[in-house]
Write a protein that binds this ligand. Structure first.
Ligand code: PEP
Length: 250
C-alpha cells in the first residue's frame, strides 16, 4: 500500500466542540511534516464545526467533509436540515452518504441516490458507505446487499469519477472486530470488479471502515487493493489518528 495514494477519512459522528480545534491543529502540523507521502486527510466533523474547521484547513493539505446532507437541491422548509449548497459554501469538498447509522435512522437507497445527484450538481465529492449486517453476513447475503446498495445508490448517475466507496461491514463499526484479511481482500476485489464491469467506473476507489485503529492498521494495510480507510472512534484522538497514518506508510 505504501506506494499508492491513500485516503484517510475522519468521521467524528456526534462528537467534538470548539476545543476540538486543538486536535485539528496537531494533525495539520503532522501533515505538513509528512508532505512527501501520497495521502489525503478528509475531516468530517459535525455540522457545528464545519465553519471553524474550514477556516483552519485553508492552505493545508487537509480537506473537509460533511457527515450528511438533505436530498433536496433547493433550500426550503426542512427544519433541522442542511443542504448541499450550504455545505459547499462552508468550504467542504466531500459529503458522506449511506452511513449505516443514517440508514438506520431511515435513509433508504432512494434517498442516497437523490443525495448523490444533489451533491454532484453542487460539485461536491461523495463518500458512499455500504455494508452488510451480521445477520446478512451469516445468511451469506453480503455480495447481494453490497451490489444492491451500489446499483440503487448510483442509479442514473453519469458522473461517477468523484465517488469514494467505503465498505463498512456494520458488524465491524464500533465493535473492535475487523474482518479476516483474506475475506476483506476478496470483498474489495469483488467490489472493484463489479464497479468496473457493471457500474462502468474506470478506476474505482474503495476504502475500508470499521474499527480501524493504530494497532490493527499494520494488519489491514496488507490489503494492497484498498485505497484508504474511514475511521470513526480512533480519529477523535489526534495521536491515534496520526499513528494510523504513519503506520500505513512504514
Ligand atoms: C464509522 O464511523 O463509519 C466507523 C467505521 O467507525 P469506527 O471506526 O468507530 O468503527
Amino acid at each position: 500500500m505504501t506506494n499508492k495514494f491513500i485516503h484517510f477519512i475522519a468521521n467524528w459522528k456526534m462528537f467534538g466542540d470548539i476545543n476540538s480545534i486543538k486536535s485539528l491543529n496537531k494533525v495539520i502540523k503532522f501533515s505538513n511534516i509528512y508532505k512527501k507521502k501520497k495521502f489525503s486527510i478528509i475531516y468530517c466533523p459535525p455540522y457545528t464545526l464545519l465553519n471553524l474547521f474550514s477556516r483552519k484547513v485553508k492552505n493545508t493539505r487537509i480537506l473537509l467533509g460533511a457527515q450528511n446532507c438533505h436530498h433536496e437541491q433547493k433550500n426550503s422548509a426542512f427544519t433541522g436540515s442542511i443542504s448541499a449548497k450550504m455545505i459547499k459554501k462552508l468550504g467542504a469538498k466531500y459529503v458522506i452518504v449511506g452511513h449505516s447509522e443514517v440508514r438506520d435512522a431511515g435513509e433508504t437507497d432512494l434517498l442516497v441516490n437523490k443525495k448523490i445527484k444533489t451533491l454532484i450538481d453542487n460539485n461536491l465529492k461523495i463518500i458512499l458507505c455500504i455494508g452488510e449486517t451480521l445477520s446478512q453476513k451469516k445468511k451469506k447475503q453480503t455480495f447481494k446487499v453490497l451490489k444492491n446498495q451500489i446499483s440503487r445508490g448510483l442509479k442514473g448517475i453519469k458522473k461517477k469519477n468523484n465517488i469514494l466507496i467505503a465498505y463498512e461491514p456494520i458488524w465491524s463499526i464500533g465493535t473492535g472486530i475487523i474482518p479476516k484479511i483474506f475475506d476483506l481482500d476478496r470483498k474489495i476485489k469483488y467490489l472493484k470488479n463489479f464497479l468496473i464491469k457493471k457500474i462502468k467506473i474506470k478506476n474505482p476507489k474503495v476504502l475500508y471502515g470499521g474499527s480501524v485503529n493504530h494497532k490493527n492498521i499494520t494488519y489491514l494495510k496488507k490489503i494492497d487493493i484498498l485505497d484508504g480507510f474511514l475511521i470513526g472512534g480512533a480519529s477523535h484522538s489526534p495521536k491515534k489518528f496520526i499513528d494510523i497514518i504513519k503506520k500505513t506508510f512504514i
